[in-house]
Design a protein around this ligand. Structure first.
Ligand SMILES: *[C@@H]1O[C@H](CO)[C@@H](O)[C@H](O)[C@H]1NC(C)=O
Ligand SMILES: *[C@@H]1O[C@H](CO)[C@@H](O)[C@H](O)[C@H]1NC(C)=O
Ligand SMILES: *[C@@H]1O[C@H](CO)[C@@H](O)[C@H](O)[C@H]1NC(C)=O
Ligand SMILES: *[C@@H]1O[C@H](CO)[C@@H](O)[C@H](O)[C@H]1NC(C)=O
Length: 398
């Protein structure tokens, strides 16, 4: 019997080895240089990249599109699936976005992947959005019919994929957008833009599920992470945010009813020198929706203006009916072990909707200090129902 087991084990190991070598053998490299790409920092490489992608995508095994080190000028590109096998997009070099204003509005995305499965974007390279050339053209804070500057990297309807070991600098708009994605892991990425650059969100997501953002460093001029509607099973952990506007849900319900947002966990993160820490924002509008089952746990705040803030009366530029309040119902939100310093007096603000009060709110083990003139930090609640558990500083308003 023991000998049978041993034979079986040897057989299994052999099988595993054969399988592994096959997997290895199946990876074929498609080097952009062989498709005419030139790393001189000025020639546009869009066509060479698309040609390499098309061949890699048609390959029956694992296709690796390879971008060696060097600086590549790249205009707008759209990489489309479905592909015949797994896809790797391995960037060791630096990709530079256009600085010619004529090219800014060609598409709302600089580098776009659509309908791809089993995609891995990695390699330690850099996406340089060259945003400084375009931020002055962002007139959206004053002009409602403004044109949208491009997002640097966007994945649409892309499943079972990874983005790791990548740097994204100075995007003209959002650095990374996920839309309609399922099962994507983002890890070890660095996103960086100046604290005063307009609308340069780090990671923005909508209509997606099973997304993990881990071990990443984000500093921008807008939200480090922005979560819009139709999201569930989202895990964020080991993220450092600052400068920026914090880790946000919303703004929700500005123009229509929203799809549910639920099962979001933010754990073991550090926010420093941001305007907000953990923020949830819904417009004062008649549009309905639900946000529920959120957990924020083990978060450190350093010099954050609004460490915990729910604002359901959001209405910038007086676009809404001042007597209306949000119709989005927020429930079952837990803040646990949130510590550090607030740069404003109000460390905790739960400003919920009169029409749909927040329910099952839970504050637990909160220790936030207001570091100015020995004044204690304060908390403010309206239309928020729930419970709090010690120790609590500021004293809870729940
Ligand atoms: C990814 O999954 C979504 C639904 O979960 C589906 O609509 C979409 O077609 C899938 N995309 C691919 C490329 O398989
Ligand atoms: C939300 O949380 C409640 C309480 O923990 C649980 O009963 C419910 O099943 C959860 N809902 C979803 C959709 O996960
Ligand atoms: C809460 O919202 C109301 C309505 O917009 C506003 O008047 C009030 O100042 C807000 N409170 C805080 C603490 O933000
Ligand atoms: C503003 O909202 C209130 C309450 O929902 C409603 O009665 C009123 O008609 C609205 N006014 C306008 C101008 O939409």
């Amino acid at each position: 019997m023991a000998i049978m087991d041993l034979k079986f084990l040897v057989f299994l190991i052999a099988l595993l080895l054969v399988w592994e070598t096959q997997v290895q053998a199946e990876t074929k490299v498609f080097n952009v240089i062989n498709y005419g790409a030139v790393a001189d920092g000025s020639k546009d490489n869009a066509q060479a990249f698309l040609d390499a992608w098309n061949d890699a995508c048609q390959y029956e095994g694992n296709g690796r599109m390879y971008i060696p080190s060097g600086t590549y000028q790249l205009n707008h590109v759209q990489f489309k699936g479905p592909c015949n096998g797994g896809m790797e997009f391995m960037i060791q070099g630096t990709l530079k976005a256009p600085t010619d204003p004529k090219l800014f509005f060609v598409s709302e995305t600089w580098i776009n992947f659509q309908y791809v499965s089993a995609l891995t974007i990695y390699g330690g390279g850099t996406l340089d959005g060259q945003g400084a050339s375009a931020w002055k053209d962002n007139t959206c804070s004053t002009n409602p019919s403004c044109r949208t500057l491009p997002t640097a990297l966007r994945l649409d309807f892309t499943n079972t994929s990874q983005i790791r070991d990548l740097v994204s600098l100075n995007s003209k708009n959002v650095h990374l957008t996920l839309y309609g994605c399922d099962n994507v892991e983002i890890s070890n990425i660095k996103i960086s833009a100046p604290g005063d650059s307009p609308n340069t969100d780090g990671i923005k997501m909508a209509k997606s599920k099973n997304i993990r953002i881990i071990h990443s460093d984000i500093g921008t001029g807008d939200d480090c992470i922005a979560m819009l509607d139709g999201l569930y099973d989202i895990q964020i952990s080991g993220v450092t945010c600052g400068p920026g506007h914090g880790i946000s849900i919303g703004s929700l319900a500005d123009s229509r009813d929203i799809e549910d947002v639920s099962r979001i966990t933010v754990r073991n993160c550090r926010l420093h020198d941001t305007t907000n820490g953990l923020r949830l924002k819904t417009w004062a509008s008649p549009y309905k929706g639900r946000v529920f089952n959120l957990t924020y746990e083990d978060i450190v705040m350093e010099n954050v203006q609004n460490p915990i803030i729910i604002d359901q009366n959001y209405c910038p530029h007086c676009r809404c009916n001042s007597t209306a309040s949000s119709h989005v119902h927020i429930s079952n939100v837990r803040f646990k072990n949130i510590r550090g310093t607030s740069s404003s007096e109000y460390a905790v603000t739960l400003n919920c909707s009169q029409a749909r009060p927040c329910t099952d709110m839970r504050l637990e083990d909160i220790k936030l200090e207001y570091k100015s003139r020995g004044t204690p930090a304060l908390s403010s609640c309206s239309h928020a129902r729930g419970a709090s558990y010690r120790p609590l500083r500021p004293l809870s308003c729940l």
